[in-house]
Structures are given as structure tokens and as C-alpha cells.
Design a protein around this ligand. Structure first.
Ligand code: PLP
Length: 410
């Protein structure tokens, strides 16, 4: 690592109060970033400022606090639009996260457009939140779920995908990056193939938005979703991007305040997007915190973040490969941030507990991707996942702790 990079890393780490602590008597090494990232001071401060100075309910307020809160909140729509690569802020709907965004599309676009016998194509590596919402609407509408298979490296089989793209395929919903395998899927190609077959495409960007530069217009996806808590922002916030012509044609999902135009007991008319899909008082401070997180990422530089994390992933992959009895789960050619593994003779939960004794936080389990576990014939995997604030020294600590865990089980 160059001196310039390490200096910058010190500065980056200084922004994260949570990283500066000991766990079980050791400096915390936080490698559970794919679950949720830690929050920089700037995000915490922005939310504190809202609650201490600028807090009031937003929209339709005549007093100064409400107008301030509304302006700060609505400003984030532009930040999310720029972050995702659209120039039309009205294509950005604030949600409570990825799960809410996918459910919204399934319950509105899906309810309006799916007919009995229609097909929804998912991939074998989807998170449960990009499976179950589609199953729910498919069951209701008599549609079928079809699945793009993957190989044993965790790469999607695009030839099999091409064959799934029949005339009944209406929706293709895939992750840009897999949370359990780290695979970066060729979504541009998937979107182009789906569009040629007349299907719409939703991209689950939960694991991509923190690590890759996203450009929804260049990708030409129809919908894109992400969660702020994985992009250094607060929990309970996120966004759905949808092409305007689709959002306009979709019925509302939840009814309530803000999503209406006129209400009477005989007839209610609805607001235009994005408000049509934002019923009720939203997570005001959370959305403002999401904006601060995107500012923070932009200031560090999205390409610099990706390059640093890629180096960490390569370093960790090389080091872990030298440990006897380790099998890396997810060896795709293109990967981001996630290192899943299985240690012969040890349950991943036990590895997680032992690593915690060394201050190293990883995750173990099915990672809400049970079909992936079924593919590999495993009950669970252990997963280290990296963020911009992680260091090569931390990778060394992680590997050392893993070696100790292996000795324990040998
Ligand atoms: N999709 C992927 C690929 C994920 O990794 C996650 C969370 O881990 C989700 C969806 C669900 O995100 P959330 O729980 O923030 O809604």
C-alpha cells in the first residue's frame, strides 16, 4: 500500500466512530459490511442536526422548520438521482430499503401487468427479498417463477437465460452483485437480452450500490433498488428508481397522506410520481442521513472506493486460499467485496463465534440466500465482506484469527 493511500485510509477511518473500539479486548475488525456498513460522523451529524434544529413534518408546511426540513429532504432526491445516473428526480421514490422497493414493484407493476401463465425470471443467486415478493404476486396472479441457473463458481448461465426468455416472460429480476457469492453479474447484457424478448427488468442493487458506480440510464434497466444502510447511511431508508413512463402507468401501492391529489368518499385521485408511491410521513431524518452518506461516498470517490475494496478482496482471497481445509464459495471471475467460505469440519456459526473472540466481526448463515446454499449442498457459509474503511492489516488479523479457528477444529 502506498503512503498516500494509507494516509487517506486513516482519514477515512477517523470518520467512523464505531470503528474506534475494542471487542473482547482486541481492536474491532468489522468485516460484516455486506449486512450493513458503519456510519460516518457526517451521517450521524446530519441526522442530529435535523432532530436538534430542523425537525418538523415535511410537505405542505407553512412554518420555517417544516420548510427547512422539506428542502433538506427533497434535496436528497436529486442526490440519489445523480448517484444512480438519472437526471429526472421524479424517477426516485424513497423507500425503507431494497426489500420495500422490490415489494412495491411486485405489488404495483406486477399486479397491473401479470396474467395467468406469465413468467417472472429470477436467478439462482437471489436474496430472499428478490424471490419471495415475486412468489407472492405470482401466486396471486397465476404467474410462474423461472430460474436462471449458475455454475459452481457462482456465475449465471446466460445460454440457459436466453432459453428462459420466451413470449410469456414479463419480468426479469436479478441482483447486480450477489450478497452470498460476491459475483458481479453482467447486468447490461441481461437487460439487453430481456428487453429484446419484451420483458421488463428490475436490478437489485443492494450489494452493488456500495461498491460499483451505478448508471441506470446507461444500463437501461426499468427498475433499480438499493438500501442506504449498506451505503454508509441509516437503516430504514433506500430508494427505488423506475422509468417515468412505467411509474406513471403503475397503480399506487399503499394509500394515505401525500400520495393523493383529491380525496372524497366517492372518488379519490392520486398524486404524480414519486409522491404517488410515498404514502404517510416518511423517515425524514433517515432520508437526510442517506443524502449525507451519498455526499460522503462521492467525496471519497466511487472509483477509489471500488479499487480499494477490490485490492482487499484479492489480498484476502489469496491469503485464505492458503489455509488448509478452506473452500471458497463464490469464485466468479468478476467479484465485489464478498468472500464466502466453508471450513471443513467446522460449522460457520462456530467460526463466527471464535473470530468474535479476536475482535473480528464476520457473518455466518444462509445470508438470506437459501437456494445458493442448496446449490453448494451446504447449510451455511461464513462470509467476510469489505468496505472502504477496511485495511490490509485488518485482513491479516482476520486470516490469523481464522488460522486459530482452524487449529481449534483440527
Ligand atoms: N438484496 C440483496 C442482494 C441484499 O444483499 C440484501 C440485504 O442483505 C437485500 C436485497 C435486502 O436488503 P434490505 O434488508 O436492506 O431491504
Amino acid at each position: 500500500m502506498t503512503a498516500a493511500t494509507s494516509l487517506e485510509l486513516d482519514r477515512i477511518r477517523a470518520d467512523f466512530p464505531c470503528l474506534d473500539q475494542e471487542v473482547n479486548g482486541r481492536p474491532l475488525v468489522y468485516l460484516d459490511n455486506a449486512s450493513s456498513a458503519q456510519k460516518p460522523r457526517q451521517v450521524i451529524e446530519s441526522m442530529r442536526q435535523v432532530y436538534e434544529r430542523d425537525y418538523a413534518n415535511i410537505h405542505r408546511g407553512q412554518h420555517s422548520l417544516s420548510m427547512r426540513a422539506t428542502a433538506a429532504y427533497e434535496q436528497v432526491r436529486g442526490k440519489v438521482a445523480r448517484f444512480l445516473g438519472t437526471t429526472n428526480e421524479s424517477e426516485i421514490i424513497f423507500t425503507s430499503g431494497t426489500t420495500a422497493g422490490i415489494n412495491l414493484v411486485a405489488q404495483t407493476w406486477g399486479r397491473r401487468n401479470l396474467r395467468p401463465g406469465d413468467e417472472i425470471v429470477l436467478s439462482e443467486m437471489e436474496h430472499h427479498s428478490n424471490i419471495v415478493p415475486w412468489q407472492l404476486i405470482a401466486e396471486e396472479k397465476g404467474a410462474q417463477i423461472r430460474v436462471i441457473p449458475m455454475d459452481d463458481r457462482g456465475q449465471l448461465d446466460l445460454e440457459a437465460f436466453a432459453e428462459l426468455l420466451g413470449p410469456r416472460c414479463r419480468m426479469v429480476a436479478v441482483a447486480q452483485v450477489s450478497n452470498s457469492l460476491g459475483t458481479i453479474n453482467p447486468v447490461a447484457e441481461i437487460i439487453a437480452m430481456a428487453h429484446r424478448a419484451g420483458a421488463r427488468v428490475l436490478i437489485d442493487g443492494a450489494q452493488a450500490a456500495p461498491h460499483l458506480r451505478v448508471d441506470v440510464r446507461a444500463l437501461d434497466c426499468d427498475f433499480y433498488v438499493f438500501s442506504a444502510h449498506k451505503t454508509y447511511g441509516p437503516t430504514g431508508t433506500g430508494a427505488l428508481y423506475g422509468k417515468m413512463e412505467l411509474l406513471e402507468a403503475m397503480p399506487p401501492w399503499q394509500g394515505g397522506g401525500d400520495m393523493i391529489d383529491q380525496v372524497s368518499f366517492t372518488r379519490t385521485t392520486y398524486n404524480v410520481p414519486p409522491m404517488k408511491f410515498e404514502a404517510g410521513t416518511p423517515n425524514i431524518a433517515g432520508v437526510i442521513g442517506m443524502g449525507a452518506a451519498l455526499d460522503w461516498m462521492r467525496q471519497i470517490g466511487l472509483d477509489a472506493i471500488a479499487a480499494h475494496e477490490h485490492r482487499l478482496l484479492e489480498r484476502a482471497t489469496a491469503a485464505i486460499s492458503e489455509i488448509e481445509g478452506i473452500r471458497i464459495i463464490g469464485t466468479a471471475e468478476k467479484k465485489a467485496s464478498v468472500l464466502g467460505f466453508w471450513l471443513e469440519g467446522a460449522h460457520p456459526h462456530d467460526i463466527g463465534a471464535i473470530l468474535d473472540q479476536y475482535g473480528v466481526a464476520i457473518r455466518a448463515g444462509h445470508h438470506c440466500a437459501q437456494p445458493v446454499m442448496q446449490h453448494f449442498g451446504l447449510p451455511a457459509t461464513a462470509r467476510a465482506s469489505f468496505a472502504v474503511y477496511n485495511t490490509e492489516d485488518e485482513i491479516a488479523t482476520f486470516i490469523e484469527a481464522l488460522r486459530k479457528a482452524r487449529e481449534f477444529f483440527a
